[in-house]
Design a protein around this ligand. Structure first.
Ligand code: KG4
Ligand code: ZN
Length: 344
């Protein structure tokens, strides 16, 4: 019998977090916000052969890795399963088959241990990454979220609630980096490859900004930018020219990131918060990190920039968001299902 009304809340709980929404099988153990262990088994090398994530391969590799990654994380933490107070796992958004592996494992584990299970929204996990790097961080703050699946600016009002201030109408920023990489003939994963090439170029190619102009609401759009990169390369080749790919990469990087940075700072000032945070794989980008740092400094805003390994998918951020829900007594039933998409 698994009765969530019977669970009590401990002060410094040991939370075991599991992440399996895409191509990383990850497990981390936290005591409060302190990271005791943080393990990732990635299928990125296998996926790179195909130039992107193949869902079936991701699911199969999660199945092979989930048990091992949890054993390793517990061993690194020097703990036994019986020391765990709560299991947290991503239930969405992500690849359905991939999510189901981590979620089912986590629910069974919680049931076997007789501890609360907490289902975590992956996006909230990216926001909660900031608490790992600054454990005394408290809302309110404004977050720039930029990953492979989502791009938004969010106002986190309490540990358990946020409001969307701006988002993308089509592709996410990370998705645009991945598509741009493909057009430029760069390997998967695209973000780091574009960043590397961009470092050798200058942002001199005219490309449309990712900010939607003349819109009633603040919106970003990345599909036009991706098409502009494609057209720039094709048109040059049709003229018999060899386009300077490093300049295109540098120009794309500015067009994709500059408006995110500018609007994040503007919205933080408008909301009256004193702190900005950031999360999601694109926040591992060095140009984003340096421009956001400079812009926050200029505006007199404090910036919490999680370490790069806490920006890309990881389980410590899932455990960190799990802690927010645990402390609020927001335990999940074992009937929670995986969700490929969750509204922001
Ligand atoms: O948060 P994440 O690991 O997974 C999702 O939740 O989607 O983000 C992955 C995305 C990919 O699109 C990847 O290309 C991008 O983050 N990314 C980067 C960099 N590192 C990862 N984009 C730009 N520059 C980077 N250095
Ligand atoms: Zn993510």
């Amino acid at each position: 019998m698994y009765d969530i009304s019977k669970f009590s809340i401990k002060k410094e709980p040991v939370i075991l977090g599991i992440e399996s929404s895409c191509d990383e099988t990850a497990c981390a153990v936290l005591r409060g916000r302190k990271i005791l262990s943080d393990r990732i088994i990635s299928s990125a090398a296998e996926q790179a052969i195909y130039g992107g994530v193949v869902p079936e391969i991701a699911s199969r590799m999660h199945t092979e890795a989930v048990d091992e990654v949890c054993r390793l994380a517990l061993a690194d933490a020097g703990l036994a399963p019986g020391d765990v107070d709560c299991i947290a796992a991503t239930y969405g958004a992500g690849l359905l088959g991939a999510l189901l592996v981590g979620l089912s494992f986590a629910k069974a584990f919680a049931f076997a241990l007789g501890v609360p299970f907490v289902a975590v929204n992956h996006i909230r996990g990216h926001i909660a990454a900031a608490y790992l790097d600054k454990p005394d961080l408290e809302p309110p703050f404004v977050t720039l979220l930029a990953s492979g699946g989502h791009t938004a600016i969010l106002h986190t009002e309490t540990f358990n609630a946020f409001r969307v201030l701006a988002s993308t109408s089509d592709d996410a920023a990370g998705e645009a980096f991945d598509k741009c990489a493909r057009v430029l003939g760069l390997p998967y994963p695209g973000g780091p490859s574009v960043q590397k090439l961009a470092a050798q170029g200058r942002p001199v190619v005219k490309l449309p900004s990712a900010l939607v102009k003349n819109s009633e609401t603040l919106r970003f759009s990345y599909s036009g930018l991706k098409t502009a990169v494609l057209n720039t390369v094709h048109n040059a080749r049709q003229r018999g020219e060899w386009p300077e790919l490093a300049d295109i990469a540098a120009s794309f990087q500015c067009a994709a990131i500059d408006p995110l940075v500018k609007k994040t700072v503007e919205l933080a000032l408008k909301c009256g918060v004193k702190t900005v945070t950031a999360g999601g794989g694109v926040v591992a980008n060095d140009y984003l990190r340096s421009t956001l740092s400079a812009a926050c400094k200029k505006a007199g805003l404090a910036l919490v920039l999680p370490e790069k390994r806490h920006c890309t998918d990881n389980a410590a951020m899932i455990a960190s968001e799990g802690l927010n829900k645990y402390m609020a007594g927001e335990f999940s039933g074992l009937d929670v299902n995986a969700a490929a998409a969750i509204a922001l």
